[in-house]
Design a protein. Structure first.
Length: 262
């Protein structure tokens, strides 16, 4: 009952449908000058001002914001499965050069969200119900045993701190914000699995979860009612974990993943 057919944190800096201009990536000559500059202290000079932030960090920040925005656009359906998008066109849309967009798209290609189309750009991957069902099955094989084990061993007070994450899913569902719901949904599952202490499991499960949130090539986008039902299951699951009601936890967790491919 995950939001698979259509969604860690705050919304991306560029919300889908409203992309304010962002600072452009620094030009290569400027970067070379920064790298080749000899620090004033090394020349025997003194300075009383803060040194400028490294150019590589600033560029990475822009790329990261673009990546978040593209992921949100995928979940929202703004980037349509089967369509090809060029880096320059998307760069103009975001108010940045093509370089950070191309780098972000390359990352999405590694994740399987898009594929490279030589001399044209990037095509959004077309997915069908079978792939979604397979992702749900793999996620269940990983997460269900871990959640049931945690339900038996984690004290109630440690579950209680996850309440704001559940409330975030409810808030996003209430307004039908699919991108925000996707982020808050993953944040809740990631926080639950983090209690296992297995970082590799958390990383693998989160990647599978992200892939399950990309929209199908056919079929309507996830509706507000479906998001609300999904969020309600999160609330019920957390309540059962706090109460250490193991039969209810088991039933809810299995139902959670049985409905993940709908």
């Amino acid at each position: 009952m995950e939001q698979g057919s259509a969604r860690e944190g705050a919304r991306p800096a560029y919300a889908p449908g409203a992309f304010p201009p962002a600072p452009g990536s620094p030009r290569a000559p400027r970067e070379r000058a920064e790298r080749n500059r000899v620090p004033e202290q090394a020349r025997g000079e003194h300075t009383h001002s803060e040194p400028p932030a490294p150019r590589a960090v600033r560029r990475h920040s822009v790329r990261g914001q673009i990546l978040d925005a593209l992921r949100a656009a995928l979940v929202d359906g703004e980037l349509v499965p089967g369509q090809v998008y060029s880096a320059p066109a998307l760069g103009a849309r975001f108010g940045v050069s093509a370089t950070p967009v191309r780098e972000a798209m390359q990352r999405l290609a590694v994740e399987g969200a898009v594929e490279v189309v030589p001399n044209r750009g990037f095509r959004v991957t077309e997915r069908g119900p079978r792939e979604l069902a397979e992702l749900a099955e793999v996620r269940a094989l990983i997460e269900v045993p871990v959640m049931l084990s945690l339900a038996r061993t984690v004290p109630a007070h440690r579950w209680s701190v996850l309440r704001p994450l559940v409330e975030a899913t409810v808030a996003a569902a209430a307004v039908g914000d699919r991108a925000a719901y996707a982020e808050s949904d993953r944040a809740f599952h990631r926080a639950v699995l983090t209690l296992s202490g297995n970082e590799q499991l958390v990383t693998v499960a989160d990647e599978l979860h992200r892939r399950s949130q990309w929209p199908l090539v056919t079929g309507p986008a996830t509706r507000r009612a479906e998001l609300l039902a999904d969020a309600a299951e999160h609330t019920a699951l957390l309540d059962a974990l706090i109460a250490q009601d193991l039969p209810v936890v088991q039933a809810l967790v299995r139902e959670h993943f049985n409905g993940a491919d709908r």
